[in-house]
Design a protein around this ligand. Sequence first.
Ligand code: TXA
Ligand code: MG
Length: 334
Amino acid sequence: METKVIFSNDSAGLKAAGEIIKNGGLVVFPTETVYGIGADGLNEIAIKNIYIAKGRPSDNPLILHTNSIEKAEKIGYINSIAKKIFETFSPGPVTVVVKKKDIVPLAATGGLDTVAIRIPSSETARALIEYSGAYIAAPSANISGRPSPTTAAHVIEDLSGRVDMIIDGGDADIGIESTVIDTTGENPVILRPGKITLPDLQKLFPDATAEKHMKENTEGYKPKSPGMKYKHYAPKAKVIVFEGDAELKIKAELETIQKNGKKAAVFCRASSKYSADFAVKWQDSADMARLLFSTLREFDKMGADVILCEAPDNDAMGESVRNRLYKSAGYDIR
Ligand code: TXA
Ligand code: MG
């Protein structure tokens, strides 16, 4: 399949992208979080093609993207909790899990009786939803297991030849995926953390909670969000995360790596100083979120054998970054 690449300011191109979705094709588009690989979420064949293009296990459900609460009500039962979350945080980086309506094929929900719905704020995403007239099913536009894409170049690396079109909208603003919130119980539960954090949610619902993210690869652990159980965000290099006072530990590790003739990269605070082969520095947790996935991919390209990361701060956004970073490291935390 030949993949056409267009820019997000090409309005004729965006209309053509809408037609591709209408006709059951695959279009990668930017959102404020990460790039998504989109198809008509009510078309079973189109949905199956998303799973094939990504190499994704079919029991891992998709998010359906739309542009209003009224439209969300056509595919899911929007209870008062879900409604309040949409009204407060949408359009934006939040996904709400509700009981699904019959119109949503089980192929999109991994066989679950719930559906995840998101109303993105990205202008390009909204234009595509508008032009296609569809509920756009869109997982992150990476090959399953790889870091999520935050630029069109990442998408081209992973999916060129596997999708009909890629819309280049530059760098993603947020850099980590949306906060997924389950609203089917008595109190909302964050299944996947993101820019919208537990303290944000607790301003609306004091009894809101978050699924504990794994600090290690626990056998038999069954998260409510099926996606959380798979290997994730892994670059080719080995990743190690250093918590707490990291300086001496990282310096010692660097010496060992370099003595063995291997190349080491560090991903650390702006104030830290290491003599690594490659380094990317971050200012705070939001900056770290923006840089994380692109840095992992960059270090791979540069030929790093090991990537040493200072853990984020202990603020709420830092927790969301930590969730991805631990997985990238396969829980090698020191
Ligand atoms: O920011 C984002 O959410 C991006 C952009 C493209 O919108 N999309 C994204 O999709 O990250 P994906 O498929 O990579 O992640 C969706 C997550 C998975 O962890 C999945 O298991 C969970 O949402 N999910 C989807 N439907 C669900 C459901 N019905 N119940 C529980 N979890 C669900
Ligand atoms: Mg993903």
